[in-house]
Design a protein around this ligand. Structure first.
Ligand code: ADP
Ligand code: MG
Length: 378
Protein backbone atom coordinates (compact mmCIF):
# COMPACT_ATOMS: atom_id res chain seq x y z
CA UNK A 1 0.00 0.00 0.00
CA UNK A 2 1.43 3.38 -0.93
CA UNK A 3 0.42 6.37 1.11
CA UNK A 4 2.75 9.25 0.48
CA UNK A 5 3.18 12.68 1.96
CA UNK A 6 2.62 15.34 -0.64
CA UNK A 7 4.97 18.29 -0.74
CA UNK A 8 4.87 21.45 -2.80
CA UNK A 9 7.81 22.01 -5.16
CA UNK A 10 10.61 23.26 -2.96
CA UNK A 11 12.96 25.14 -5.24
CA UNK A 12 13.62 28.79 -6.01
CA UNK A 13 13.32 30.10 -9.58
CA UNK A 14 16.87 28.99 -10.39
CA UNK A 15 16.08 25.45 -9.25
CA UNK A 16 17.87 25.59 -5.89
CA UNK A 17 15.99 25.03 -2.66
CA UNK A 18 16.13 28.26 -0.65
CA UNK A 19 16.47 26.70 2.78
CA UNK A 20 17.71 23.16 2.96
CA UNK A 21 17.96 20.92 6.00
CA UNK A 22 19.48 17.54 5.34
CA UNK A 23 19.66 14.64 7.80
CA UNK A 24 19.82 17.06 10.72
CA UNK A 25 20.48 15.47 14.08
CA UNK A 26 20.83 17.07 17.52
CA UNK A 27 21.71 14.94 20.49
CA UNK A 28 21.74 16.06 24.12
CA UNK A 29 23.63 13.58 26.31
CA UNK A 30 23.11 10.85 23.75
CA UNK A 31 19.36 11.51 23.45
CA UNK A 32 18.12 12.61 20.03
CA UNK A 33 16.06 15.78 20.34
CA UNK A 34 16.07 16.14 16.55
CA UNK A 35 16.31 12.90 14.60
CA UNK A 36 17.31 12.90 10.92
CA UNK A 37 15.23 15.83 9.74
CA UNK A 38 15.30 16.69 6.04
CA UNK A 39 13.21 19.56 4.70
CA UNK A 40 13.44 22.03 1.86
CA UNK A 41 11.65 25.35 2.16
CA UNK A 42 10.78 27.73 -0.66
CA UNK A 43 11.60 31.39 -0.81
CA UNK A 44 8.73 33.47 0.57
CA UNK A 45 7.10 30.52 2.26
CA UNK A 46 5.64 30.53 5.77
CA UNK A 47 6.53 27.08 7.05
CA UNK A 48 5.32 25.73 10.39
CA UNK A 49 6.89 23.10 12.62
CA UNK A 50 3.97 21.63 14.53
CA UNK A 51 4.10 19.17 17.39
CA UNK A 52 3.47 18.75 21.07
CA UNK A 53 5.78 20.01 23.76
CA UNK A 54 9.22 18.41 23.82
CA UNK A 55 9.14 17.01 20.26
CA UNK A 56 12.18 19.03 19.20
CA UNK A 57 10.66 22.03 17.40
CA UNK A 58 12.63 24.72 19.22
CA UNK A 59 15.86 22.76 18.97
CA UNK A 60 15.42 22.53 15.20
CA UNK A 61 14.67 26.26 14.99
CA UNK A 62 17.64 27.10 17.20
CA UNK A 63 19.91 25.16 14.84
CA UNK A 64 18.64 27.33 11.98
CA UNK A 65 19.35 30.43 14.04
CA UNK A 66 22.81 29.18 15.00
CA UNK A 67 22.09 28.92 18.73
CA UNK A 68 22.63 25.15 18.68
CA UNK A 69 25.25 23.28 16.65
CA UNK A 70 23.94 20.19 14.86
CA UNK A 71 25.41 16.87 15.98
CA UNK A 72 25.33 15.98 12.28
CA UNK A 73 23.65 17.04 9.07
CA UNK A 74 23.55 20.03 6.74
CA UNK A 75 21.80 23.38 6.66
CA UNK A 76 22.11 25.71 3.70
CA UNK A 77 20.45 29.01 2.90
CA UNK A 78 20.42 30.20 -0.69
CA UNK A 79 23.20 27.76 -1.48
CA UNK A 80 25.47 28.78 1.42
CA UNK A 81 26.45 26.31 4.13
CA UNK A 82 25.18 27.83 7.38
CA UNK A 83 26.61 25.48 9.99
CA UNK A 84 30.00 27.23 10.38
CA UNK A 85 28.43 30.73 10.36
CA UNK A 86 27.92 32.25 13.84
CA UNK A 87 24.40 33.44 14.69
CA UNK A 88 25.11 37.16 14.39
CA UNK A 89 26.54 36.70 10.91
CA UNK A 90 23.57 34.74 9.58
CA UNK A 91 21.03 36.72 7.51
CA UNK A 92 18.46 35.41 9.94
CA UNK A 93 16.42 36.87 12.75
CA UNK A 94 14.79 34.90 15.51
CA UNK A 95 11.85 36.29 17.45
CA UNK A 96 11.23 34.75 20.84
CA UNK A 97 7.96 34.19 22.62
CA UNK A 98 8.91 36.60 25.40
CA UNK A 99 9.57 39.31 22.76
CA UNK A 100 12.66 40.36 24.74
CA UNK A 101 11.94 44.06 24.21
CA UNK A 102 14.10 46.53 26.12
CA UNK A 103 11.79 48.00 28.77
CA UNK A 104 13.73 51.27 29.17
CA UNK A 105 13.75 52.02 25.43
CA UNK A 106 10.90 53.54 23.45
CA UNK A 107 9.21 51.62 20.66
CA UNK A 108 11.22 53.66 18.16
CA UNK A 109 14.53 52.89 19.89
CA UNK A 110 13.68 49.22 20.27
CA UNK A 111 13.17 48.94 16.52
CA UNK A 112 16.31 50.98 15.82
CA UNK A 113 18.48 48.99 18.22
CA UNK A 114 19.95 46.44 15.81
CA UNK A 115 20.43 49.03 13.08
CA UNK A 116 22.43 51.31 15.40
CA UNK A 117 24.54 48.39 16.49
CA UNK A 118 25.30 47.74 12.82
CA UNK A 119 26.28 51.43 12.53
CA UNK A 120 23.89 52.26 9.73
CA UNK A 121 23.81 55.96 8.77
CA UNK A 122 21.30 57.95 10.85
CA UNK A 123 18.99 58.87 7.98
CA UNK A 124 18.83 55.23 6.91
CA UNK A 125 17.94 54.12 10.41
CA UNK A 126 15.17 56.72 10.61
CA UNK A 127 13.82 55.71 7.24
CA UNK A 128 13.72 52.01 8.12
CA UNK A 129 12.21 52.53 11.55
CA UNK A 130 9.44 54.74 10.11
CA UNK A 131 8.75 52.13 7.46
CA UNK A 132 8.55 49.36 10.05
CA UNK A 133 6.30 51.41 12.33
CA UNK A 134 4.01 51.97 9.41
CA UNK A 135 4.06 48.29 8.47
CA UNK A 136 3.00 47.15 11.93
CA UNK A 137 0.65 50.15 12.31
CA UNK A 138 2.30 51.60 15.39
CA UNK A 139 3.38 54.99 14.04
CA UNK A 140 1.45 56.79 16.77
CA UNK A 141 3.02 54.70 19.50
CA UNK A 142 6.66 55.38 18.60
CA UNK A 143 7.45 57.28 21.81
CA UNK A 144 5.85 54.82 24.22
CA UNK A 145 7.68 52.28 26.32
CA UNK A 146 6.84 48.58 25.80
CA UNK A 147 4.92 48.27 29.07
CA UNK A 148 2.57 51.05 27.91
CA UNK A 149 1.40 48.79 25.08
CA UNK A 150 -0.98 45.83 24.93
CA UNK A 151 0.37 42.31 24.45
CA UNK A 152 -0.58 42.35 20.78
CA UNK A 153 1.15 45.68 20.22
CA UNK A 154 4.32 44.49 21.97
CA UNK A 155 4.30 41.48 19.73
CA UNK A 156 4.17 43.79 16.69
CA UNK A 157 7.09 45.86 18.01
CA UNK A 158 9.11 42.67 18.37
CA UNK A 159 8.20 41.73 14.81
CA UNK A 160 9.15 45.19 13.52
CA UNK A 161 12.49 44.94 15.29
CA UNK A 162 13.07 41.49 13.78
CA UNK A 163 12.28 42.71 10.28
CA UNK A 164 14.15 46.04 10.48
CA UNK A 165 17.46 44.40 9.58
CA UNK A 166 15.81 42.83 6.52
CA UNK A 167 16.68 39.24 7.31
CA UNK A 168 16.41 36.64 4.58
CA UNK A 169 14.89 34.23 7.04
CA UNK A 170 12.60 34.98 9.95
CA UNK A 171 12.34 32.42 12.74
CA UNK A 172 9.35 32.58 15.08
CA UNK A 173 9.18 30.40 18.19
CA UNK A 174 5.59 30.25 19.47
CA UNK A 175 5.18 33.89 18.40
CA UNK A 176 1.71 34.31 19.85
CA UNK A 177 2.09 32.16 22.94
CA UNK A 178 1.66 35.07 25.32
CA UNK A 179 -1.65 36.27 23.88
CA UNK A 180 -5.13 35.12 24.85
CA UNK A 181 -7.23 33.11 22.40
CA UNK A 182 -9.27 35.85 20.75
CA UNK A 183 -6.28 38.13 20.29
CA UNK A 184 -4.18 35.25 19.00
CA UNK A 185 -6.64 34.51 16.23
CA UNK A 186 -6.73 38.13 15.12
CA UNK A 187 -2.96 38.53 15.38
CA UNK A 188 -2.31 35.36 13.35
CA UNK A 189 -3.77 36.96 10.24
CA UNK A 190 -2.07 40.32 10.89
CA UNK A 191 1.25 38.55 11.20
CA UNK A 192 0.74 36.67 7.94
CA UNK A 193 -0.15 39.93 6.18
CA UNK A 194 2.98 41.66 7.43
CA UNK A 195 5.25 38.71 6.60
CA UNK A 196 3.77 38.46 3.12
CA UNK A 197 4.10 42.20 2.50
CA UNK A 198 7.78 42.06 3.36
CA UNK A 199 8.15 38.80 1.43
CA UNK A 200 10.51 37.28 3.99
CA UNK A 201 10.77 33.49 4.23
CA UNK A 202 9.56 32.35 7.61
CA UNK A 203 9.88 29.22 9.71
CA UNK A 204 7.62 29.18 12.75
CA UNK A 205 7.19 26.80 15.64
CA UNK A 206 3.87 26.12 17.30
CA UNK A 207 2.06 23.42 19.24
CA UNK A 208 -1.29 24.88 18.16
CA UNK A 209 -2.64 23.19 15.05
CA UNK A 210 -5.19 25.91 14.40
CA UNK A 211 -2.39 28.46 14.42
CA UNK A 212 -0.24 26.40 12.05
CA UNK A 213 -3.18 25.89 9.70
CA UNK A 214 -4.13 29.57 9.72
CA UNK A 215 -0.64 30.93 9.14
CA UNK A 216 1.45 28.43 7.23
CA UNK A 217 1.61 27.53 3.55
CA UNK A 218 3.04 24.16 4.58
CA UNK A 219 3.29 22.32 7.86
CA UNK A 220 5.71 19.70 9.13
CA UNK A 221 4.15 17.53 11.81
CA UNK A 222 6.80 16.44 14.33
CA UNK A 223 6.89 13.76 16.98
CA UNK A 224 9.86 12.61 19.06
CA UNK A 225 12.37 14.56 17.00
CA UNK A 226 11.16 13.24 13.65
CA UNK A 227 9.08 14.80 10.91
CA UNK A 228 6.16 12.48 10.20
CA UNK A 229 4.50 14.39 7.38
CA UNK A 230 4.95 17.60 5.42
CA UNK A 231 2.12 19.15 3.49
CA UNK A 232 -0.34 21.94 2.95
CA UNK A 233 -2.84 22.28 5.81
CA UNK A 234 -5.54 20.57 3.74
CA UNK A 235 -3.18 17.69 2.86
CA UNK A 236 -2.30 16.82 6.41
CA UNK A 237 -5.93 17.08 7.48
CA UNK A 238 -7.58 15.24 4.59
CA UNK A 239 -4.82 12.74 3.81
CA UNK A 240 -2.70 12.16 6.90
CA UNK A 241 -0.05 9.48 6.31
CA UNK A 242 -0.13 7.73 9.68
CA UNK A 243 -2.29 7.23 12.75
CA UNK A 244 -0.32 9.78 14.76
CA UNK A 245 -0.88 12.61 12.28
CA UNK A 246 -4.53 11.68 11.75
CA UNK A 247 -5.09 11.80 15.48
CA UNK A 248 -2.93 14.84 16.21
CA UNK A 249 -4.52 17.09 13.60
CA UNK A 250 -8.15 17.51 14.49
CA UNK A 251 -10.21 14.65 15.74
CA UNK A 252 -10.69 11.28 14.05
CA UNK A 253 -12.58 8.02 14.56
CA UNK A 254 -10.06 5.23 13.94
CA UNK A 255 -11.09 1.67 13.14
CA UNK A 256 -8.59 -1.19 13.19
CA UNK A 257 -9.24 -3.62 10.38
CA UNK A 258 -8.05 -6.23 7.91
CA UNK A 259 -8.00 -6.09 4.12
CA UNK A 260 -10.49 -8.71 2.88
CA UNK A 261 -11.02 -7.77 -0.79
CA UNK A 262 -8.67 -6.15 -3.27
CA UNK A 263 -10.36 -5.47 -6.61
CA UNK A 264 -9.25 -3.07 -9.37
CA UNK A 265 -11.98 -0.57 -8.47
CA UNK A 266 -12.11 -0.94 -4.71
CA UNK A 267 -10.83 -2.54 -1.56
CA UNK A 268 -12.87 -3.83 1.36
CA UNK A 269 -11.56 -3.57 4.90
CA UNK A 270 -13.27 -5.44 7.69
CA UNK A 271 -13.24 -4.20 11.24
CA UNK A 272 -15.21 -5.49 14.24
CA UNK A 273 -17.58 -2.51 13.86
CA UNK A 274 -18.40 -2.62 10.13
CA UNK A 275 -17.02 -3.11 6.64
CA UNK A 276 -15.29 -0.23 4.87
CA UNK A 277 -15.63 -0.01 1.11
CA UNK A 278 -12.90 2.24 -0.29
CA UNK A 279 -12.81 3.14 -3.99
CA UNK A 280 -9.81 5.47 -4.00
CA UNK A 281 -6.21 4.69 -4.82
CA UNK A 282 -5.09 2.00 -2.43
CA UNK A 283 -4.27 -1.65 -2.78
CA UNK A 284 -2.59 -4.23 -0.63
CA UNK A 285 -2.50 -7.91 0.19
CA UNK A 286 -5.43 -9.84 1.61
CA UNK A 287 -5.16 -10.24 5.34
CA UNK A 288 -2.96 -7.21 5.98
CA UNK A 289 -3.81 -4.98 8.92
CA UNK A 290 -5.09 -1.52 7.98
CA UNK A 291 -6.55 1.37 9.93
CA UNK A 292 -9.48 3.33 8.62
CA UNK A 293 -10.35 6.81 9.84
CA UNK A 294 -13.33 9.07 9.47
CA UNK A 295 -13.50 12.68 10.69
CA UNK A 296 -16.45 13.50 12.97
CA UNK A 297 -17.80 16.26 10.72
CA UNK A 298 -18.02 13.85 7.79
CA UNK A 299 -20.50 11.60 9.57
CA UNK A 300 -24.24 11.77 9.03
CA UNK A 301 -26.47 10.52 11.81
CA UNK A 302 -30.02 9.27 11.34
CA UNK A 303 -32.68 7.26 13.18
CA UNK A 304 -32.97 4.77 10.31
CA UNK A 305 -30.49 2.46 8.62
CA UNK A 306 -28.78 3.82 5.49
CA UNK A 307 -29.90 2.24 2.18
CA UNK A 308 -28.24 -1.00 1.05
CA UNK A 309 -28.00 -4.51 2.41
CA UNK A 310 -28.30 -4.18 6.20
CA UNK A 311 -26.42 -7.43 6.76
CA UNK A 312 -23.37 -6.22 4.79
CA UNK A 313 -23.15 -3.08 6.91
CA UNK A 314 -20.88 -1.16 4.56
CA UNK A 315 -19.66 2.29 5.68
CA UNK A 316 -22.04 2.71 8.59
CA UNK A 317 -22.39 1.72 12.22
CA UNK A 318 -25.17 1.70 14.78
CA UNK A 319 -24.71 2.86 18.32
CA UNK A 320 -26.29 4.24 21.44
CA UNK A 321 -26.17 7.97 22.08
CA UNK A 322 -24.30 8.18 25.38
CA UNK A 323 -23.13 11.79 25.41
CA UNK A 324 -23.23 15.01 23.49
CA UNK A 325 -21.77 18.46 23.63
CA UNK A 326 -23.53 21.48 22.21
CA UNK A 327 -20.74 23.79 20.98
CA UNK A 328 -22.80 26.52 19.35
CA UNK A 329 -21.80 26.18 15.73
CA UNK A 330 -21.85 22.39 15.97
CA UNK A 331 -23.06 19.61 18.23
CA UNK A 332 -20.80 16.63 18.91
CA UNK A 333 -22.58 13.31 19.52
CA UNK A 334 -20.87 10.32 21.12
CA UNK A 335 -22.16 6.91 20.07
CA UNK A 336 -21.26 3.70 21.84
CA UNK A 337 -21.04 0.72 19.49
CA UNK A 338 -21.59 -2.94 20.35
CA UNK A 339 -17.80 -3.50 20.14
CA UNK A 340 -17.32 -0.90 22.86
CA UNK A 341 -15.83 1.63 20.45
CA UNK A 342 -16.93 5.25 20.85
CA UNK A 343 -17.72 7.22 17.70
CA UNK A 344 -17.77 11.00 17.57
CA UNK A 345 -20.08 12.69 15.07
CA UNK A 346 -20.04 16.45 14.68
CA UNK A 347 -23.16 17.97 13.19
CA UNK A 348 -23.31 21.59 12.01
CA UNK A 349 -26.11 23.62 13.61
CA UNK A 350 -27.02 25.43 10.43
CA UNK A 351 -30.49 26.40 11.58
CA UNK A 352 -31.68 27.08 15.07
CA UNK A 353 -34.27 24.31 15.21
CA UNK A 354 -33.96 21.87 12.40
CA UNK A 355 -33.23 18.35 11.39
CA UNK A 356 -33.01 15.17 13.39
CA UNK A 357 -32.02 15.70 17.01
CA UNK A 358 -31.30 12.40 18.73
CA UNK A 359 -32.03 11.99 22.41
CA UNK A 360 -29.99 10.41 25.17
CA UNK A 361 -29.94 6.57 24.91
CA UNK A 362 -31.42 6.59 21.38
CA UNK A 363 -30.04 3.96 19.03
CA UNK A 364 -28.80 5.89 15.99
CA UNK A 365 -27.05 5.17 12.71
CA UNK A 366 -23.83 6.89 11.74
CA UNK A 367 -22.86 6.73 8.07
CA UNK A 368 -20.33 8.35 5.76
CA UNK A 369 -19.26 8.66 2.17
CA UNK A 370 -16.47 6.29 1.13
CA UNK A 371 -14.59 9.24 -0.43
CA UNK A 372 -14.15 10.67 3.06
CA UNK A 373 -12.41 7.60 4.48
CA UNK A 374 -8.79 7.98 5.52
CA UNK A 375 -6.85 4.75 5.02
CA UNK A 376 -3.66 4.32 7.01
CA UNK A 377 -0.95 1.76 7.51
CA UNK A 378 -1.67 -0.06 10.72
N1 ADP B 1 20.03 22.46 26.11
C1 ADP B 1 19.45 21.27 26.29
N2 ADP B 1 20.04 20.31 27.04
C2 ADP B 1 19.47 19.11 27.22
N3 ADP B 1 18.30 18.74 26.69
C3 ADP B 1 17.65 19.64 25.94
C4 ADP B 1 18.19 20.96 25.72
N4 ADP B 1 17.30 21.64 24.92
C5 ADP B 1 16.28 20.81 24.67
N5 ADP B 1 16.47 19.62 25.29
C6 ADP B 1 15.57 18.44 25.21
O1 ADP B 1 15.28 18.18 23.85
C7 ADP B 1 13.94 17.82 23.68
C8 ADP B 1 13.25 18.75 22.70
O2 ADP B 1 13.14 20.04 23.28
P1 ADP B 1 12.56 21.28 22.48
O3 ADP B 1 13.26 21.38 21.17
O4 ADP B 1 12.63 22.46 23.36
O5 ADP B 1 11.05 20.84 22.24
P2 ADP B 1 9.77 21.71 21.80
O6 ADP B 1 10.23 23.05 21.38
O7 ADP B 1 9.14 20.91 20.70
O8 ADP B 1 8.88 21.76 23.00
C9 ADP B 1 13.31 17.84 25.06
O9 ADP B 1 13.33 16.52 25.56
C10 ADP B 1 14.23 18.74 25.84
O10 ADP B 1 14.21 18.41 27.20
MG1 MG C 1 9.71 24.98 22.16
Amino acid sequence: MMIEATAAPAATADGQPFLLMQDLVKEFDGVRAVDSVSVTINKGEIFALLGSSGCGKSTLLRMLGGFETPTSGRISLDGIDLVPVPPYQRPINMMFQSYALFPHLSVWDNIAFGLRRDRLPKHQIAERVEKMLNLVQLTHYAKRKPQQLSGGQQQRVALARSLAKRPQLLLLDEPLGALDKKLREQTQLELVNIIEQVGVTCVMVTHDQQEAMTMASRIAVMSEGKILQIGKPSDIYETPNCRFVADFIGSVNLFSGTLVEDEPDHVMIESPECRHYVGHGISGSIGMAISVGIRPEKITISPTAPPGDPAAQINWVRGELVDWAYLGSTTVYHLKLASGMLIKAEVANRQRHAGYQPQFRDMVYASWDQDDLIVLPY
